[in-house]
Write a protein that binds this ligand. Structure first.
Ligand SMILES: NC(=O)c1ccc[n+]([C@@H]2O[C@H](COP(=O)([O-])OP(=O)(O)OC[C@H]3O[C@@H](n4cnc5c(N)ncnc54)[C@H](OP(=O)(O)O)[C@@H]3O)[C@@H](O)[C@H]2O)c1
Length: 245
């Protein structure tokens, strides 16, 4: 008998997890500099995926470490979105349980699109992430998970995004965010770009941390595509419909 093995409701957005990693599974190193894993062709592919989504989500750790703009770069893609009646770039979403974000972070100062900052209800009163004039910051407070101070149920985040009209969500990391979505069985598609290098540091961030993943040796993901992009290999996996025997 087939049974559902995920927590995805029909109303929730279609979720794509996207990550660039070394061959030893690291998504960054321990240096002060940002580690470049992808090349131009893969970055352009990610730009295309971004342009096809309604929102891009990262964790506050990625904002603090990488300071990404989280914006569609290609002018052609931006113009195509505007021609379709959309903002030039998708809404930006940050999981930030502590409520501590640098107001000078670059994601606040580029396009005049919503930046949705999800915080937990148990953080200190008055502690609010900053905003810049370029963006429209929307604070969304959700209850903290029982016994997990500062952590929000990512399923509740998806439900809230669905209510705000997000149908297709790109999750770009980092480790704790990928782990949360994948262990919760809330990811439909996984894009892994593997760069031909080793990081080799025990403390370097891995793609995911330990956890119980619905897709394991008994329920493998479906490999949908393998593509060479310069010296990077993209593997695209489909996770849903998640059924097992
Ligand atoms: N290679 C790649 O494709 C790629 C992409 C992105 C990131 N990265 C790397 O990933 C590393 C960062 O990973 P990380 O695990 O340290 O940070 P992260 O996952 O980006 O963010 C972790 C933070 O997000 C917030 N958060 C996460 N889950 C939450 C939840 N369920 N509820 C409420 N808040 C939640 C918390 O913020 P608070 O601290 O505010 O509570 C937490 O400390 C960096 O080294 C970065 O370079 C690599």
């Amino acid at each position: 008998m087939l049974r559902r093995m995920d927590n995805r409701s029909a109303e929730r957005p279609y979720v794509i997890c996207s990550c660039a990693m070394s061959v030893d599974g690291r998504i960054d190193d321990c240096s002060d500099r940002r580690l470049m894993l992808s090349g131009p062709a893969d970055l352009d592919r990610v730009d295309e995926v971004r342009a096809g989504c309604d929102a891009i989500l990262v964790g506050a750790g990625t904002v603090r470490r990488d300071d990404p703009r989280l914006a569609v770069r290609s002018e052609v893609r931006r113009a195509a979105r505007v021609a379709a009646g959309l903002e030039p770039t998708p809404r930006k979403v940050v999981l930030c349980g502590s409520g501590t974000l640098d107001p000078a972070a670059r994601l606040f100062d580029t396009d005049p699109v919503d930046v949705l900052v999800y915080t937990s209800g148990d953080r200190p009163a008055g502690d609010r992430p900053g905003r810049r004039d370029g963006s429209r910051t929307v604070m969304v407070e959700l209850p903290a998970l029982a016994g997990r101070a500062g952590l929000i149920d990512v399923a509740a985040v998806l439900d809230d995004l669905a209510r705000r009209g997000v149908r297709r969500l790109l999750v770009e990391g980092g480790t704790s965010v990928h782990t949360a979505f994948l262990t919760a069985g809330l990811v439909d598609e996984l894009h892994l770009a593997v760069a031909p290098l080793f990081v080799g540091e025990a403390d370097a961030p891995a793609f995911v941390g330990p956890g119980r993943f619905p897709r394991d040796a008994r329920a493998r993901m479906r490999l949908a595509e393998v593509r060479q992009l310069d010296d990077v290999v993209l593997a695209r996996y489909l996770i849903h419909p998640a059924t097992t025997r």
